[in-house]
Design a binder for this molecule. Structure first.
Ligand SMILES: [Zn+2]
Length: 296
């Protein structure tokens, strides 16, 4: 239990104190002595919160802790369930480790934080898009630059004939081979977003910002993407809530939140499908043409 030692301390103090603590209903209109004392006690307890620097600090009751208690420099003494604590600490440390470096692939705090739709991950017939995303996030898609760095390819340049280095970003965002697919996917996102906004009677003039963002989802864009380059293929979508008009329809709040959620779902779904489609095609072509012989 959290703060277990404090409860033990209070119970100990109560057991050694001759005063008898009894329950008294706290009605303001009551004028009985217990009610007035209760009111006084409430008053001092509440005002103490505003005068923290005047209240002497109580020691941490290590003297009422279990003989062996876990401790970390960041969190102090851990008296809650250690299983839950360790699990959360591991998740936190793994996500911290992944967010720094690795070309910021997992800097999740920069992107839209709405949870992605379940369907492509739990219900889809083939989880290919999810697998591509997992490999992309881990930086393990066998692109030419990766194969080259592992000495399995002689040239890190794009195998479709571009002069650029073939990394994940090149294939998914820059390589002209997939320009048409990206344009079509952007039109799809644009159409879906526009019809969602129309459903909520958003004026055409107020749709511009969001529709422009929808069209730029698969392009490097300084104003839309936090790191200036598109990372749709990692399953990220850029923050866009500020582009939704404050007043959606006749109501604020819930309708707006729902609209944002639906738009995020659309953007995410189209993004991971496009990434899956591109990688599927790339892999098929490269399997036919690439010589990945070992040199050892
Ligand atoms: Zn290329």
């Amino acid at each position: 239990m959290n703060g277990r030692s404090y409860y033990r301390w209070i119970l100990d103090l109560a057991s050694r104190n001759p005063l008898n603590i009894t329950y008294t209903p706290g009605h303001l209109e009551e004028v009985s002595i217990p009610a007035r004392l209760n009111f006084e006690a409430d008053h001092y307890a509440s005002s103490a919160q505003r005068r923290l620097h005047d209240v002497p600090t109580a020691p941490i009751p290590t003297f009422f802790m279990d003989e062996f208690t876990f401790y970390t420099p960041d969190d102090g003494w851990i008296e809650s369930s250690i299983c839950t604590f360790v699990e959360k600490a591991l998740i936190l440390s793994a996500s911290k480790k992944a967010s720094a470096g690795h070309q910021q692939r997992m800097a999740l705090h920069l992107y839209d934080s709405k949870p992605p739709p379940d369907f492509p991950y739990t219900m889809a017939y083939s989880a290919y898009s999810a697998v591509v995303q997992l490999y992309a996030r881990s930086g393990q898609l066998p692109t030419a630059d990766l194969l080259y760095s592992r000495d399995k390819l002689n040239d890190p340049r794009c195998r479709a004939g571009c002069q650029a280095i073939e990394d994940q970003h090149h294939i998914f965002v820059d390589c002209p081979r997939y320009d048409d697919w990206r344009v079509k996917a952007a039109e799809d996102v644009h159409r879906r977003t526009n019809s969602k906004l129309a459903e909520k009677d958003v004026e055409e003039t107020e749709r511009t910002g969001l529709l422009l963002a929808a069209k730029s989802l698969f392009l490097d864009n300084d104003t839309l993407w936090p790191l200036h380059y598109s990372s749709y293929y990692l399953g990220h979508i850029p923050p866009f809530d500020h582009l939704i008009p404050k007043k959606v329809g006749n109501s604020e709040g819930l309708t707006r939140t729902r609209l944002a959620h639906h738009i995020a779902n659309d953007w995410h779904t189209v993004s991971i499908r496009l990434a899956g489609r591109i990688w599927g095609d790339w892999q098929r072509r490269m399997a036919q043409t690439t010589d990945t012989r070992r040199r050892s």
